[in-house]
Design a protein around this ligand. Structure first.
Ligand SMILES: [Zn+2]
Ligand SMILES: [Zn+2]
Ligand SMILES: [Zn+2]
Length: 205
């Protein structure tokens, strides 16, 4: 005798699917039954709060940003990134959100309406809240333009190359500001010479 097939409500998506009377009975007595494998996994995954799921997929010993070492290591997403280099995650309402936005929200509070999150470390896969700052779209565009502009300059105004050895980074702002050490040395020598001249002229009189 063939088993009777009836519509059952999926415990996750609440869509009806066809199943045996025995299965329907299990749902009736409070057991979870799902229309698909996806729903079964999603239902399990959903019970874990988003922050816990996020932290479980971050490597907190990521690279230290070269231009801002005082920020400390990046918290790098372990797993696939989207085509723009960002990590995606489902939030507690089961919407797909960028991982760094979740990190900002969970550690620093809601992102104000119309604000974007800027990575101070410039590592899009990073979710370290200390590396994230909420800025307006205007500010974000401005910052990236300035960064691109600075990156395009390879030599100081006097023609010394900005090599790693010859460059002093200014860590105060969100931009990459570079000082030329060759010029600094030159300034120091010029000043010394000037002082000697002053002393010389002083001794003459
Ligand atoms: Zn379902
Ligand atoms: Zn970072
Ligand atoms: Zn120079």
């Amino acid at each position: 005798m063939p088993e009777k097939i009836i519509p059952i409500e999926c415990s996750h998506c609440h869509e009806p699917f066809l199943g045996s009377v025995a299965k329907a009975y299990k749902v009736k007595i409070g057991k979870l039954r799902f229309c698909s494998k996806e729903c079964r996994i999603a239902s399990k995954y959903r019970k874990v709060p988003v922050l816990e799921r996020l932290l479980g997929r971050l490597n907190k010993n990521g690279p230290i940003p070269e231009h801002r070492p005082e920020l400390g290591p990046c918290w790098v997403w372990i797993g696939p990134l989207n085509e723009n280099g960002y990590a995606n995650l489902r939030d507690d309402d089961w919407r797909t959100v960028k991982a760094h936005r979740i990190s900002f929200r969970e550690h620093k509070g809601e992102i104000p309406e119309g604000y974007e999150i800027d990575h101070l470390c410039r590592n899009r896969a990073c979710s370290n809240p200390d590396h994230l700052e909420a800025v307006t779209h205007m500010e974000n565009v401005q910052r990236s333009t300035i960064r691109q502009y600075h990156a395009s300059i390879t030599h100081c105004p006097r023609g010394h190359e900005y090599t790693k050895e010859n460059t002093k980074l200014d860590k105060r702002g969100p931009y990459l500001l570079r000082g030329c050490l060759a010029c600094k040395r030159q300034r120091y020598h010029d000043k010394k010479k000037q002082q000697i001249c002053v002393v010389d002229s002083g001794s003459v009189q």
